[in-house]
Each structure stands twice: as structure tokens, then as C-alpha cells.
Write a new protein. Sequence first.
Length: 159
Amino acid sequence: MSRNQFTVILSNFHVNNAVYIPRNKPGHDPMHKIRSFLDHLLTHLPASFSPNENLTIDESVCGYRGRLTFCGYIKNQSDKYGIKMSTVCDSKMQYVLRIEVYTSKGQQDSSIIGLFQRLLCGYLDKGHTIFMDRFYSTPDVFGFLWARKTKAVSTCIPN
């Protein structure tokens, strides 16, 4: 695809069908412009792929330095500033199964177990093994996964 053709498609790409609710009002969604597209994507990604036993959970940053209220910062990433996301992927095929975009602290249950419940919905109690980094590895998370018949593997530090 040529660059000019891509810019024409990009300039006409519009997915907003939602009514805007102002900030500081109940029901405000910072991602209202792409929410319908993202919801459609998240329902069809897992439906079109049957994952292997091993899944990975990790946080990532989609590099962005524009004006957004929910831009985040992760110091050890190559793109330090941008949109923070947590993803569940099939570790063998690198297929993204679920994505959760971090928009603000008050939106949802911000605990790690709450995040795992949302991201692994449909994959718990099926014998999967979850690979994660030390950011997520706590005894509570391992106990939660073990109770849901899901194994976990993580890195740890000696202290």
C-alpha cells in the first residue's frame, strides 16, 4: 500500500458512535472515540483462536506523547511515555487474546487479582500456565491462580 493511499484511508477512518459524557460526570469514558471498535476487537480476538496451554501476561506501552488524560509512564520500556496496556497473549503463537487499556485509577478494580480476573476471563479453570514478570508475582496472585486450577510461572528476586 502506498503512503498516499494509507494517509487517505487514515484521514477517513472514524469509529466514534458514542455520545460524549464530559469529564467529572458519571459514565465518562476517556476512550469513547474508539470504545466500540475496541469492544468489537476484544470479542472477536479470542473467538477466532484457540490458545495453547501457555499464556503470558505483561504490561506494555504504546508510545504516544500527545494530549491524553490517561497517558502513562513506565521507566524501563523503550517508549517510556504513552498508553499503558495489560495484555494476555498465547506464548507460542504470540497471538493477543485480551487487552486492557489503563485509563485512570478510579475506573475499575485496580488490584492485580482484579486485573487477572478481567484479563483471564474464559481461561481460568482450564489448566493453562500463566507466565508473568515480577511485577505481578505475589503470593496472593499465585494463591488465586492455584485455586482456579491455573499454574503460574514468574521471575523473582532474592530479597
